[in-house]
Write a protein that binds this ligand. Sequence first.
Ligand SMILES: Cc1cc2nc3c(=O)[nH]c(=O)nc-3n(C[C@H](O)[C@H](O)[C@H](O)COP(=O)(O)OP(=O)(O)OC[C@H]3O[C@@H](n4cnc5c(N)ncnc54)[C@H](O)[C@@H]3O)c2cc1C
Ligand code: FES
Length: 510
Amino acid sequence: MERVSPIATAENESIWGATIRLPKSPRVSGNVDCDICIVGSGISGLTTAYLLAKAGKRVVVLDDGPLASGMTQVTTAHLSSVIDDRFVMMLRWHGEAATRLAVQSHAAAIDLIEQISKDLRIDCDFRRVDGLLFDAGPDAAIDLDDEYEASQRVGIAVDWDSLARLGNVDAGRCLRYPNQARFHPFKYLDGVVKAFEQLGGKVFTDSHADQITGGEHAKVKVGNHVVTADAVVVATNSPINDMFAIHTKQAPYMTYVVGARVPRGSVEDALIWDTLDAYHYVRLQPLDDGDDLLIIGGEDHKSGQADDADHRHQRLIDWARERFPIGEVEYTWAGQWMESTDGLAFIGRNPLDADSVYVVTGDSGMGMTHGTIAGMLLTDMILGRQNPWESLYEPSRKNVAATGPFVKENLNVAAQYLDWVTPGEVQSTDEIAFGTGAVIRRGMTKIAAYRDDDGKLTELSAVCPHLGCVVHWNNAERSWDCPCHGSRFHADGEVVNGPANVNLSPAEDS
Ligand SMILES: Cc1cc2nc3c(=O)[nH]c(=O)nc-3n(C[C@H](O)[C@H](O)[C@H](O)COP(=O)(O)OP(=O)(O)OC[C@H]3O[C@@H](n4cnc5c(N)ncnc54)[C@H](O)[C@@H]3O)c2cc1C
Ligand code: FES
């Protein structure tokens, strides 16, 4: 395991990538035949790959970036069975029996991570800690008394406690959930991927899956090469093989994180959340020098619908300073999560080619556990074994009880098409400062224009290749973000996040 100095953090790099370099892998350089092809090497893809390889399957993992370079590299890695849409809502959407099952599946995921790290002797800072949910005051989205009652109904251990000894201020009473956990995801995946390769598994990075087709011999096209498999698992966080079926049932949100030094022992080693809708989430990560890093997340917004990351990071720092004895802020980062309209991931057979293509998406901010659940559930499904969670996570489910969030998210998407008739953000490219981008109107269409640090201008079509919304500039990450279903592109137009699976086209083709 190669270690790098935590001081050498690039802008928007998480502590995970700054402290551990994951192994490098070759590109696909010829046709490949295997039993199972997994597209995506985040926690979902790698867990599924490892479990299938352990079951004796010949497994190939493809990723178009370096290993685990999607949302797994920017997670905060709370491992929790306390479902973050809150149990009051989960009971409304799923009822008691299904919510109990969901809690059990997340608890089983935490158990599996603990078991794998023990079995493979991975020192990944895994630690069982309590989860603490405290009242956010007048803006709270839920009432703690209601949540306590709902927690009892779904069979999760919970008790009342006080936050008084947590930080600088007495934040009042809280719910305490025992037996949650935290870990270092890159240390964990470093061990998992090595074990996977020892079992004969193969990883190819820098290998973009251009096209996936199901059937008896499923195929994944990678440039001029083809990977043929009995089954394909699409673990790209946002599916790249589906235009509508799942994307109307989940919505992309950006979330922001800061990491600040605190003296060890000054803050309880716990997962700490408040009851805001866009809630704060806090945990500790031990540092090698004896202090801890307090990792604080929150300030969420719908992707592509705000571009004020600096303010959001600052608000997180201010919020944390009022409550915790934080010192130097060493990390700031951000990422996107996919919120399903009923709070549970979509894991199982892909709605369109259900014979041999499987999917995992809709992490709902709980992708560490949902991704691990995917590993267990998809392994069972592919091996033809019964699994009690199959219908719970069924990707083609229609949840009538969650119609409200479904309508709200899709009206929001519809509203984004108004971008087609609005003026550009600037009149001319001359107004675009070095290192930034803006959308300009040119006749009937819109152009995404980026001026790099040397002043060179790149002009692209601002029309998202997924379903035609207009992308927006994200200054913090220098990316073009689609406000509709979460596609994201580098400043030069290269696609980095689905559902779009091709780059923004040149401006001339717009
Ligand atoms: C800031 C932040 C904090 C979070 N905190 C938590 C938390 O505390 N607890 C929790 O449980 N969850 C959390 N989440 C959610 C969790 O991190 C993610 O849901 C999870 O990491 C997703 O893992 P994944 O393997 O499904 O996808 P990813 O990690 O995104 O992996 C997908 C991979 O697919 C690859 N890929 C995409 N398209 C292609 C293609 N065409 N060809 C080949 N490869 C492709 C990408 O390069 C990427 O490596 C957080 C998310 C964010 C953004
Ligand atoms: S992601 Fe769907 S239109 Fe852009």
